[in-house]
Design a protein around this ligand. Structure first.
Ligand SMILES: NC(=O)CC[C@H](N)C(=O)O
Length: 365
């Protein structure tokens, strides 16, 4: 097995072995603490432009099954693990992790002390880095120093659907017609809506509000997605047109965009929230749930319109985890109610969206 290096922008270099395709992969180095769900994480579009470090040490042990993919391709630019196994064991597995990465041309490294990488990122914040199988660490570092900043790139443009499509059934066949603005959607969001009687039409992130309202949907779902929400001014303007006219449900990036549309700001967290055990308190019910998360930015509620309020907070660091409106059918959450991977405790959020649409449909507001 050939050598590979992980080189961070601060000059730290970790030697390991190639665990996927040969070559070079650049990105913002982020870590996720989930113990399972590597395939769901690998296909989550919110990892576009990032190198994903998995803190759980043994990865690949239950193999690969296309049916659990959250999108059609591997989204992070590369993968960093402590130990990738070539001997998976699972009834549905048809490939090893290495074969999967190689077949899709994705560079990966194993044999890295991922605990050390994670501690470095926790202390110094996320930074750019590269995985390389054909350079010295010095050559790689020179290249990393020339990379464009992760926060300066509109990553949504690279993952949003290029065309409108209906998920599983044509719009109108379900009990509720949901328009979904795709900033980098995960399939389980559509599956959970479908299971609750919704037909879902998926739109490119840049779709004007007027085109969506013309279809008279029962509700609009704003999906998760990669990158800095400050770059999404035009989406924010369109979402402002939707709020108050149709029930709106924002998840993660969708939450950030809706919050901006209501006057709030966003800022970058030092090393983000990525994992399956983040405690969130619902300030309305007082209930605490354990949530799946994957985000690097958070909402600054300063400036939030008086019609809106912070509905959920993170119990680790007190950051905003959801907003709601006093006057309009609007709810948003910063975490991943769709899990995949992660705890299933938060699917009730989808029931709330259904109730919100039902109330508006039935004229009860
Ligand atoms: N999963 C997401 O939607 C992530 C939202 C946003 N790109 C962030 O990193 O904060």
């Amino acid at each position: 097995m050939s050598d590979a290096w992980l080189v961070l922008a601060d000059g730290t270099a970790y030697r390991g072995r190639a665990a996927g395709a040969p070559g070079r992969a650049d990105g913002e180095v982020v870590f996720n603490t989930s113990m399972t769900g590597y395939q769901e994480m690998l296909t989550d579009p919110s990892y576009a432009g990032q190198l994903l470090v998995l803190t759980y040490p043994l990865i690949g042990n239950y193999g690969i099954d296309e049916r659990v993919e959250e999108s059609a391709r591997i989204q992070p630019t590369g993968l960093i693990v402590r130990q990738a196994t070539d001997q998976p064991s699972h009834l549905r597995s048809h490939q090893t992790l290495r074969e999967y990465l190689e077949a899709r041309g994705v560079v990966a490294i194993d044999g890295v002390d991922t605990r050390a990488v994670t501690r470095r990122i926790r202390r110094h914040g996320v930074m750019l880095g590269t995985i390389t199988t054909d350079e010295t660490p010095e050559q790689a570092l020179a290249r990393v120093r020339d990379l464009p900043g992760y926060d300066d790139i509109n990553w949504v443009d690279s993952v949003t659907t290029p065309r409108v499509y209906d998920w599983s059934v044509p719009l109108g066949e379900g009990r509720y017609r949901v328009a979904l603005l795709d900033g980098g959607v995960k399939r389980n969001i559509m599956r959970l809506l479908e299971r609750r009687g919704c037909s879902v039409r998926v739109f490119p992130a840049g779709t004007p509000a007027a085109d969506i309202l013309a279809l008279h949907p029962d509700g609009v779902c704003l999906s998760p997605g990669p990158g800095d929400p400050r770059l999404l001014d035009s989406m924010v303007r369109e979402v402002r047109q939707l709020i108050g006219r149709v029930p709106v449900f924002g998840i993660c990036l969708g939450h950030q965009v809706a919050a901006r549309a209501l006057g709030a700001g966003t800022f970058k967290l030092p090393f983000g929230h990525r994992g399956g055990n983040h405690p969130v308190k619902d300030l309305v019910s007082g209930h605490v749930t354990i949530t799946a998360q994957n985000h690097g930015y958070a909402v600054d509620p300063d400036g939030l319109d008086a019609s809106a309020f912070v509905s959920h907070i993170n119990l680790n660091d007190g950051t905003v985890e959801g907003i709601a409106s006093r006057t309009d059918p609007l709810m948003t959450i910063q975490y991943h109610s769709e899990a995949c991977p992660g705890p299933l405790d938060n699917e009730y959020i989808f029931d709330r969206f259904i109730e919100m649409m039902a109330a508006v449909k039935g004229g009860v507001r």
